[in-house]
Design a protein around this ligand. Structure first.
Ligand code: FAD
Ligand code: SF4
Ligand code: SF4
Ligand code: SF4
Length: 568
């Protein structure tokens, strides 16, 4: 990075060679820029996208990856499945289209995955305290990754026979190949985290027992692993499956045979994954029934487009009324057409059945993919945690601490069903809280500062440039296997795409509260206090240290700071 700390002397350095000047236009310096980049605000983990994208342009792939991993340990996963809210906020759209940030992120992560030696974060001195994490989905794994770096003895307890949560048992392999999830899990194992599968906390081991075994804090990351009921007549017939159970079976290599005509009810991720999996497993007429319109579908737009390419019908404005059986087996669905009411207070438009529009659809099987909820049997009576009216764990949104002080919770268990990157962000925040909790520090200090996104970036010197298109397997080739559909950008395409970024966030010149960073108009680069490098070259001391009468500015060997100063 342009500003770094010299590991030997502790001096903060500014590299003229690396500084891009944040693309300020001469005569219109970086100092006119105000806020942070909108992509960083849009990313739930607030990854420093502007910086990693510009490092990618320079071919500094590992530096870029390291920067991403400060905020998210799984760019290889998010580069594939993240709904990329960063791109919806990207200001490049004021010129043409948003930067394909997720595709650049995936490229950087794949370079690391294929490297002889993968990036491994530095692990601090070992700590004695033991931390238990319940659930090995992205929230639990991310928390383990950051706690392991602090030196804690971390154990993950996982109920399922496999690790990864929805990354392994929900999202199908054609979107997220299993070897990628396994490689990321292995890296966390290599960092010293213990992982135990087949342990259902609440049943096989209680929180009380774990406390007795010496675990000092807990991170509950159990996700939302159960499917909500449809409350439609005939829901318990043979041949009606829950979407999560169906995908779990498929992902564990034991798919349920469904027959040719399969109706998948819902419009979210689970519905799209279930219908595309059923199609790949031989159900030639697998289709979706959704009670609102295409625009209202909660699924990622890429998924809807993939269904279209794969010839999977999505029947919108259609609601199931009852399931019709023959000898206890579902045979048809009675449906009704709907229209959308005016938006309510939350802006959502409710489906309203149209009287007299009933019709029947023949089916061999039905998959209910309507909603998810958590199973709270892990909370045995010794836990003083409470749940919200939505059936999620009640936590302080800033610290993720529950009503029981040594128990923290995050991911889908605390938010309801959301996304991988939100779970990852929670895992990191929980790790920070747990570290402070175990050190007796203030959990809230310095947190919760709202990031403000720039609205009018400088864009004068940029010409339109076409956004990179993700190369994909041909639709016909996809339907025969679970091979990965999106193939990733080449190096040339990724760097070209990264060059489309107009680096529109504010830079060091505004960020420094002491006005130390200055902007050199001639070379459009930032210049920084270098603690009087020339004087030090002459064995003199920095001028500020020499002049300060109260010694509030200190200069010396960093080892002399130990014990005298404390990080807050
Ligand atoms: C089919 C599907 C597709 C999805 N697609 C996307 C997508 O494309 N992009 C995206 O961003 N998000 C997607 N999501 C959402 C995303 O997967 C979740 O938001 C995310 O996995 C939540 O992470 P988590 O760690 O909170 O929980 P989970 O991933 O659900 O992991 C929770 C883990 O806890 C374990 N557990 C539960 N109870 C216990 C217990 N008592 N003891 C021990 N272990 C326990 C579970 O077995 C599980 O392994 C999808 C979800 C589904 C279901
Ligand atoms: S202008 Fe400042 S923030 Fe931007 S690259 Fe240079 S040192 Fe970094
Ligand atoms: S994790 Fe998602 S939101 Fe964050 S930078 Fe990556 S693609 Fe964007
Ligand atoms: S142009 Fe670059 S810095 Fe600006 S919002 Fe888009 S990705 Fe972020």
């Amino acid at each position: 990075l342009a500003i770094t700390i010299d590991p030997v002397t502790g001096v903060v350095l500014h590299s003229n060679e690396k500084c891009t000047g944040c693309n300020a236009v001469p005569g219109k310096s970086g100092a006119e820029k105000q806020e942070t980049s909108s992509c960083k605000v849009g990313c739930p983990a607030h990854i420093n996208i502007q910086a990693y994208v510009s490092l990618a342009v320079k071919g500094r792939y590992q530096d870029a990856l390291q920067l991403i991993k400060e905020a998210s340990p799984f760019p290889s996963i998010c580069g594939r499945v993240c709904p990329h809210p960063c791109e919806s906020s990207c200001k490049r759209d004021q010129i043409d289209q948003p930067v394909a940030i997720h595709a650049v992120e995936r490229f950087l992560a794949d370079v690391d995955l294929n490297a002889d030696k993968r990036y491994m974060p530095r692990i601090k001195d070992k700590r004695e305290e033991k931390v238990a994490i319940v659930g090995s989905g992205p929230a639990g794994l991310s928390c383990a990754y950051y706690l392991a770096q602090e030196g804690y003895r971390v154990t993950i307890f996982e109920k399922a026979p496999v690790l990864g949560g929805m990354l392994t048992t929900g999202i199908p392999a054609y979107r997220l190949p299993r070897e990628i999830v396994q490689a990321e899990i292995q890296l966390i194992r290599d960092m010293g985290v213990t992982m135990k599968t087949g342990i259902d906390v609440g049943k096989d081991k209680t929180i009380a027992q774990l406390r007795q075994e010496g675990f000092k804090t807990f991170f509950i990351a159990i996700g939302a692993q159960e499917c909500r009921r449809l409350n439609v007549e005939g829901e318990d017939l043979k041949g009606v499956y829950s979407g999560l159970d169906y995908l779990r079976q498929v992902n564990l290599g034991k798919p349920v045979p469904l027959g040719k005509d399969v109706a998948v009810i819902g419009g979210g991720n689970v519905a799209m994954d279930a219908v595309r999996s059923a199609r790949r497993l031989g159900s030639g007429n697998a289709f979706v029934l959704y009670r609102r319109g295409i625009e209202e579908m909660p699924s990622r737009p890429e998924e809807i487009e993939a269904c279209r390419e794969e010839g999977i019908p999505i029947n919108t404005l259609t609601q199931p009324v009852r399931f019709i059986s023959e000898n206890g087996q579902v045979k048809a669905i009675q449906c009704i057409k709907t229209h959308l009411a005016e938006p309510d207070e939350s802006g959502r438009r409710s489906p309203v059945p149209i009287p007299g529009s009933e019709f029947t659809v023949k089916v061999d099987a039905v998959i209910n993919a309507l909603g998810q909820e958590a199973d709270w049997s892990c909370l045995t009576p010794e836990c003083a945690c409470t749940l919200t009216g939505w059936g999620t764990m009640k936590v302080d949104p800033l610290t993720l601490q529950s009503d029981d002080p040594d128990i923290f919770a995050g991911g889908d268990a605390a938010r309801g069903p959301k996304s991988v990157i939100e779970a990852i962000a929670d895992g990191r925040q929980a790790a920070l809280s747990i570290d402070r909790f175990l050190n007796g520090q203030n959990l809230r200090l310095g947190r919760g500062v709202e990031l403000k996104a720039i609205t009018e970036p400088q864009k004068e010197k940029y010409d339109p440039a076409v956004r990179a298109q993700m190369p994909c397997l041909e639709p016909q080739a996809r339907l025969k296997s679970f091979k990965e559909v999106e193939l990733g950008l080449t190096k040339e395409a990724a760097v070209q795409e990264a060059q489309r970024c107009i680096t529109c966030g504010s830079c060091c010149v505004q960020a420094c509260p002491y006005d130390i960073m200055q902007f050199n108009q001639d070379v459009t680069k930032a210049v920084k206090c270098d603690l009087c490098v020339e004087k030090r070259g002459r064995n003199e001391i920095p001028a500020c240290f020499a002049i300060c009468p109260t010694r509030c500015i200190y200069w010396g060997d960093p080892r002399e700071f130990e014990g005298k100063y404390k990080f807050l």
